[in-house]
Design a protein around this ligand. Structure first.
Ligand SMILES: [Fe+2]
Length: 218
């Protein structure tokens, strides 16, 4: 009789293919830098009555300069964080197999966001972009999380149930808890949402989109 291996003895027989990359890294622990950046985002809001007005309809209980001042990467006030986002963005793009030289990786939009209590952001994708992300300027362990959905979810026509537990192959959703100093990046096609902010302390972030695009086309 032939000898057969038992499947349990080879844990490496099942391996992930086509994984979705999410970049999560601490960009800095410098509290002073983050405090100054919070003030800059607040100054941005205070100088943007048009954006504040739009947000009353489009971003309830919060402020984002996405609709009004979404080119802050060109503002000298934000030059230091811009440089760091590009640096981490290039690394992430290269890890995904992209060349970031010609055309270079550039910020196409960058905007400040203040998520106050009761604010949330429904499921969405960032169109016409390669990489999207947020640098969390001010957040703590109870700030609203960002949740990503499995891009294969639409193919799950057959869901028999009976799963014995969550594995990397069955997870439908993956959430990240923001913290001050954390940078999170993901492929722009990945659907995500921001849960309801329950915390009285507003969550402050700088959100951005990156693409491989010539400098003169930015
Ligand atoms: Fe988003």
């Amino acid at each position: 009789m032939a000898k057969f291996v038992t499947p349990e003895n080879n844990k490496k027989a099942v391996f992930p293919v086509f994984p979705v990359p999410i970049y999560i890294n601490r960009l800095t622990d410098d509290r002073e830098f983050n405090q100054e950046l919070v003030q800059k985002v607040e100054t941005l809001r205070n100088s943007d009555p048009e954006g504040v007005e739009i947000c009353k309809k489009e971003y309830r209980n919060g402020y984002t300069s996405f609709f009004s001042l979404n080119q802050i990467q060109k503002d000298a006030e934000f030059s230091e964080i811009t440089e760091q986002i590009l640096r981490h963005g290039r690394f992430f793009a290269q890890t995904m197999g992209f060349s970031t030289e010609n055309p270079p990786l550039n910020l196409t939009t960058m905007f400040g966001t203040i998520t106050s209590k009761g604010c949330h952001h429904e499921l969405h994708r960032h169109r016409n972009s390669l990489i999207s992300g947020t640098y969390y300027v001010s957040a703590n362990k109870t700030s609203s999380r960002i949740s990503f959905l499995d891009p294969k979810a639409g193919f799950r026509m057959h869901e028999p149930g009976g799963q014995t537990g969550q594995t990397i192959f069955s997870n439908l959703e993956f959430s990240v808890q923001p913290q001050s100093g954390l940078i999170v990046m993901f492929p722009s096609f990945l659907e995500h949402r921001v849960e309801m902010q329950q915390n009285d302390i507003p969550r402050v972030g700088i959100t951005f989109n990156l693409d491989l695009i010539r400098d003169e086309d930015c």
